[in-house]
Unconditional design. Structure first.
Lengths: 267, 300, 348
């Protein structure tokens, strides 16, 4: 069903349509996920599934539970009920670093990079090699490492910034750096919380292309507010409201969905 | 265990509870609500104790006949002086360290050393103590075999008055409302026209003033020396952290739990072993409830 | 000539070791012994640089581990000094048989192993449990403070088996060698400097490795590191354990140098003071930590003897001054000089 909804879209999205067709198996699913904070249900009985090669955008008003949902998927928050299933394996309940090792990468809402380290070091630390104490003590930086870092840096438009301190990058560049730090881990599910917040229009444009590119071969979930941007990147949109699933479908469908309009404009 | 012993145990527990609560109440406001980790809080208690000592000296010199009632002057004095000192301290010192908790910790530790030496220079290194009014000496004996020291009963009463006043101040006045608003959301409070800096200074001063009251009370059960404050600081922090820092009720419950456990343990073990056991117990409980016993789960 | 930061650090460590060795020719045995005492705290301060400066974990309980090392060494020395009798404080308290947990300290090799092993294992298990529960920052500081207090309360309460408030003292021989005479003090001092030099080199290696970068990353954005696949609790606990071992080594040297270990040397006040050694030298500088320990140690001896009433004013002001105006300590000051000169050189 989702493939047919993609048909009406502009030609730039051809790539993703092809992806949709290839993707038959779902890689990722949450089942009846709920979490309460002191009696308040921030996410309530949510079910969601995302296929390989799919770029899913989650929208919803403030307090809809979007960030909390990502927190639960990556293990930052423990769900009160329900499961997170990734590649047929229940990952909810595992410690965060093990969830990361299963192939789930998470970008935070405010860019979260190591400001005191250089861009190169930011990438290097994010590589999944030598993560133990002794390994990292005796870690040697070789040509292969440099090569991987420059490739990742080029992908997120930071090829010529490698020796700057990350703290001196612009806001948009920090967003890119964090995305790049995730990509170097080669995750199979990428969770991005407002990746274009604070970016200039040109940076947004570049990021849209970047996201479309990285969705190839993995699943991506993006939280975003800006509907133009959403329409530009989304294969499929999920709307959350008060912790529940309100609607799911193509960007155009969502925009004309009366329930969604009421939530955003009503009251 | 006979009934009398059990009752005395309970009374000792309650008595220790009120002392711990007095110690921790000021810190619960300064550290719990404001998030300022003031390692010189103990020295503020010592300040309250010295003010009480000075008041007693003044009464002895000027109005020896009124010694019976000097406490009713000394306690407000102790509160007032430490309140003012706290206000100045916040304005001139603490305000530089907001949002740098570990730096605050080290800087206020430095301050505590300076205050200790100042007390030593002014009051001497030896212990000072104040005379207890005659109506507070001795014990009340409701039934044979049970003796309840009057000064302890007075402290229990005073603690209730202080704790209830703090509660009413924080939850029933506009002053308290502003204080809670600022500690919960500084930016929003400023946006609705609250002078957050003034509220900070007042809140800190209130917490300091409460330490002053605690110090005044301690003169009734022990003597004071320049290092007195240092003896109390770790215990005070333990009570506040154990209760869950955001919660005043938590501080009350925590003081109660620690006091009862400690007095019971002291009955069974030696004093130092009881003390060590209680510290370890607190750490173990914190391991299972890292946000304190009475903390509420919040979304990040 | 321009040097990288790393090269400058190694050079400083080498210079520092050379100066410390040169002291053997210029200082009289009494002063040399004093420097040795300050150097014991240098070990602790290096540990604090690693955990606090790099890892962002402030422990106010390093005295615990200093005490563990110091007491274990003192127990060995005391047994040697008392043999074949029981230690004097036990005799005075009417203890008739040596407590079982004293037995291992008849043997020097076992003592040396335990001095490293007990703090390492204890610190790791404790810290891992705490960090796994996300207790950090101020709360960790308070918990370690409470532990330091617990330890002193326990020792003070155990007059008969560990010497109580008086500590353990009156031992003068180490494997039959008189540790009070000048020649053996010299040997001890040189040995300590060599061990300290090795420790400084190892610490530099650590801070310049990937592990050092990971620690900085954990300090600044622990969540990001965790979500890059690291078990941050394990990394932090391992470094904390390393710092504990360094503290214990310092404590052991302290017992040897001074012939005394006591609860007042390892309690809350002493533990917080240890942090200032690292802060003064520079919380990110390994050689700075050692210089800070020597400097503050020297000032403490000098001021508290000459102007006892000013010592606490001075120490208190140092705490405040360093935090406010010199967050990177002396090392930061020299670093700026170096960078300033390098920039000036380029301009010309």
């Amino acid at each position: 069903m989702s493939a047919s909804m993609q048909m009406a879209r502009d030609p730039e999205q051809e790539l993703s349509i092809r992806n949709e067709n290839v993707a038959s198996e779902e890689t990722f699913r949450v089942e009846d996920l709920s979490v309460s904070f002191d009696g308040f249900r921030a996410v309530d009985n949510l079910c969601l599934s995302v296929a390989k090669n799919e770029l899913r955008v989650i929208i919803g008003p403030n307090g809809a539970g979007k960030t909390t949902l990502l927190d639960m998927i990556c293990g930052k928050t423990r769900p009160t009920e329900g499961k997170v299933i990734f590649d047929g394996e229940v990952v909810s309940g595992l410690p965060e670093y093990q969830i990361v090792k299963k192939g789930i990468g998470r970008k935070f809402q405010t860019p979260s990079v190591y400001e005191d380290l250089s861009v190169f070091e930011n990438f290097e630390i994010s590589m999944p090699d030598a993560q133990g104490v002794l390994d990292s003590l005796f870690f040697k930086r070789d040509e292969a490492i440099r090569e991987r870092v420059s490739r990742a840096a080029a992908e997120v438009f930071l090829a010529d910034q490698l020796h700057r301190k990350a703290g001196t990058l612009s806001h948009g560049q920090k967003q890119w750096l964090e995305i790049g730090m995730l990509l170097i881990q080669e995750p199979r599910l990428l969770l991005l919380d407002e990746p274009v917040a604070g970016m200039s229009p040109r940076e947004r444009e570049a990021t849209a292309e970047l996201l479309t590119r990285v969705a190839n071969g993995r699943s991506v979930i993006v939280i975003e507010h800006d509907m133009d941007f959403v329409k530009r990147i989304a294969h499929k949109v999920t709307v959350l409201h008060q912790g529940r699933l309100l609607a799911e479908g193509s960007a155009d469908e969502i925009q004309s969905n009366p329930k969604v309009i009421e939530v955003y404009l009503g009251h | 265990m006979s009934l009398e012993i059990a009752f005395m145990q309970l009374f000792n527990g309650v008595s220790l509870f009120t002392i711990l609560l007095l110690m921790a109440l000021g810190l619960a406001i300064v550290f719990g609500l404001m998030g300022v980790i003031n390692m010189a809080h103990g020295e503020l208690m010592a300040l309250g104790a010295y003010v009480t000592y000075l008041t007693a000296l003044a009464f002895q010199a000027v109005a020896p006949g009124a010694m019976e009632i000097y406490l009713f002057v000394a306690i407000p004095m102790a509160f007032g002086v430490t309140f003012l000192f706290g206000y100045v301290l916040e304005k001139g010192f603490i305000c530089w360290f907001y949002n740098r908790p570990l730096d605050t910790l080290l800087a206020t530790w430095g301050l505590s050393l300076i205050l200790q030496q100042a007390y030593r220079s002014i009051f001497g290194a030896q212990e000072v103590s104040v005379p207890l009014p005659t109506w507070l000496t001795g014990a009340w004996e409701p039934v044979d075999g049970i003796q309840l020291p009057l000064n302890r009963i007075f402290i229990i009463g005073l603690t209730i008055v202080v704790a209830v006043s703090v509660y009413l101040l924080l939850y029933r006045t506009r002053w308290g409302l502003r204080m809670r608003a600022v500690t919960q959301n500084r930016a929003m409070s400023a946006a609705v026209g609250i002078d957050t800096k003034k509220v900070d200074a007042r809140t800190f001063a209130l917490g300091s003033g409460l330490a002053g009251i605690a110090g005044a009370v301690f003169t009734m059960v022990g003597s004071t020396n320049p290092g007195t404050g240092q003896l109390y600081i770790v215990d005070s922090f333990i009570v506040v952290v154990f209760g869950g820092v955001q919660s005043l009720i938590g501080t009350v419950m925590s003081a109660f739990a620690i006091a009862q456990t400690q007095t019971s343990l002291e009955y069974l073990l030696s004093g130092s072993l009881a003390k060590a056991t209680i510290l370890l117990l607190v750490i173990v409980v914190l391991y299972f409830r890292p946000n304190g016993l009475f903390a509420v789960k919040q979304r990040s | 000539m321009k040097l990288t930061r790393e090269a400058t650090e190694y050079l400083t460590v080498g210079l520092l070791a050379a100066v410390l060795l040169a002291f053997t020719m210029t200082l009289d045995p009494f002063r040399l012994n004093n420097v040795g005492k300050y150097l014991s705290f240098g070990f602790v301060a290096i540990g604090i640089v690693l955990t606090w400066g790099y890892g962002g974990v402030l422990s106010l309980g390093q005295g615990i581990f200093f005490g563990l090392g110091g007491y274990m060494m003192a127990m060995f020395l005391k047994l040697e000094a008392s043999a074949p009798e029981l230690p004097d404080f036990m005799v005075w308290s009417g203890i008739e048989a040596l407590p079982v947990w004293w037995e291992p300290f008849y043997s020097l090799p076992i003592t040396l192993v335990l001095i490293h092993l007990i703090p390492a294992v204890g610190a790791y298990l404790f810290a891992y449990a705490i960090f796994r529960k996300r207790v950090s920052g101020v709360y960790f500081a308070i918990v370690t403070l409470a532990l330091a207090m617990t330890m002193t309360v326990l020792i003070v309460g155990a007059q008969s088996t560990i010497g109580g408030a008086n500590g353990i003292t009156d031992f003068r021989t180490f494997l039959g060698m008189d540790i009070v005479d000048d020649a053996s003090k010299m040997v001890l001092y040189v040995l300590q400097v060599l061990v300290l030099f090795t420790v400084m080199l190892a610490a530099l290696k650590l801070t310049n490795s990937r592990l050092g970068k990971i620690l900085i990353a954990i300090r600044d954005k622990e969540d990001r590191v965790r979500f890059s696949g690291y078990n941050t609790a394990h990394v932090k606990a391992a470094v904390f354990a390393l710092a504990a071992v360094l503290s214990a080594m310092g404590g052991a040297f302290y017992s040897l140098q001074t012939g005394l270990i006591a609860p007042s040397l390892i309690g809350v006040v002493a533990s917080v003071e240890m942090v200032i050694y690292a802060a003064v030298g520079g919380r990110l500088s390994v050689p700075g930590a050692v210089v800070g320990a020597i400097l503050i140690g020297f000032l403490k001896s000098y001021l508290s003897e000459t102007f006892p009433e000013y010592w606490l004013y001075f120490l208190g002001s140092i705490f405040i001054f360093v935090v406010l105006f010199m967050p990177k300590g002396l090392a930061g000051f020299f670093d700026r000089l170096r960078v300033g000169r390098a920039l000036g050189g380029e301009a010309r």
